[in-house]
Design a protein around this ligand. Sequence first.
Ligand SMILES: *Cc1c(COP(=O)(O)O)cnc(C)c1O
Ligand code: SF4
Length: 444
Amino acid sequence: MTSSLAELEQPPLEPPSLFGNTVSGTLHDLSIPIGVMPPLVRESAPAFAVSERSEAFRRRFYPDTNLKTWCDWHWQYANRITSLDQLGRMLRLSPEELAAGTGLAALPLAITPYFAAQFNPDDPADPLRRTMVPTVAERTLNPGESADPLGEDGHSPVPGLVHRYPDRVLFLATDTCAAYCRYCTRSRCVGKPHTAGTAGATRKRWPAAIEYIKNHPEVRDVLISGGDPLTMSDAALDHLLSRLRSIPHVEIIRIGSKAPIVMPQRVTPSLLRVLRRYHPLLMSIHCTHPDELTPESTEALRRLADAGIPLGSQTVLLKGINDNVADMKSLLHGLLKSRVRPYYLYHCDPVQGTAHFRTPIFKGVDIIRGLRGHTSGYAVPTYVVDAPGGGGKIPLMPDYVQGYDGEDLVLRNYEGGLYRSYDPAAPAVCEPHAGTAQGGEPCW
Ligand SMILES: *Cc1c(COP(=O)(O)O)cnc(C)c1O
Ligand code: SF4
């Protein structure tokens, strides 16, 4: 079993070689021992990687489903786990998970079978499981929390479009996701029962949003998000991308998605054929923990990178899940190996019912301090706090500036050592973060 599974992990993009991997056999050489023939299973092999872990889960819980079906994203999407009853047959649910219920939560429960296969069935503290399985804690509205902490609704000139920064817009193309993250910033508007599964409501907003972009030549960058845009069909994406691409002042288009992580099978050759027509197209991958980097998600990322799509990552800092340097580093290194450039690390927004995920804000600064200088600069994301009320993303970083000593600027390096840099042109009196020096010029 193991050897044929290992075989399956190699996507059969090329037909088995006519000459096989045998030493001397030719096609007509009937003396080749059966044991060294290319395995017959290749003929019905899936069009996607399947890890041993996923395969064991499929055999146990979906024995009637063959590998080809398992690798079909439509099947993964249609067979999402949406009730605690279903989940309870696969995981040993904790009292906190059992008490979550599903009716009252702001967000529905939906997990693809593939992603559920990655959970530890016996450990409610398993990082991936915590991001997806609701607990009773999310029913509480905690101090400082609200439904729309970023004030996105107030920055929407037309429904479904957020125009907060001068030259770029956020296009909320759908309200559906492949799986729902319990800490979602947009829990107020994604996966709502009245729209879930019906793309109509959000799609009706597209023409006005596209018209707005057409009429605003300053918009040179459109970020398509949601919801998860990769829950849409290839045809719908093609339609949206072609409309946006036909606007001359739109220079770049970005897609924000978690599908490569929770439903990697979505990254099909036909999706890639659509996406490559609209370059320059970039993608931000929402990822959380190194355990998400499975053979499956790694294949999805490889396919996207091979299609020439520059990949970035977005990660939310989550208490007890990824709030330590070791796990964060392992995630960031794994992403770089998959050609994903770490982009943003977010403080967990104060959305209602998420206090159990939130770290102190300066935890993120500590993590950046543990990364910068200690590992490749390419692996270090920018830590941002999305300012409540609509101030936008505000970067926070460790302070390496000690201040001036005479004509020297004193700087602290990543190891804590102090270094002087002769800087005579600087204002004579300048305290760190004093705001302005003499003459009203900012210090730095
Ligand atoms: C994050 C975000 C963007 C994109 O910001 P970048 O820093 O350019 O990645 C655009 N609009 C809104 C509303 C956002 O929240
Ligand atoms: S994929 Fe994004 S939009 Fe969807 S639930 Fe997760 S955080 Fe929210």
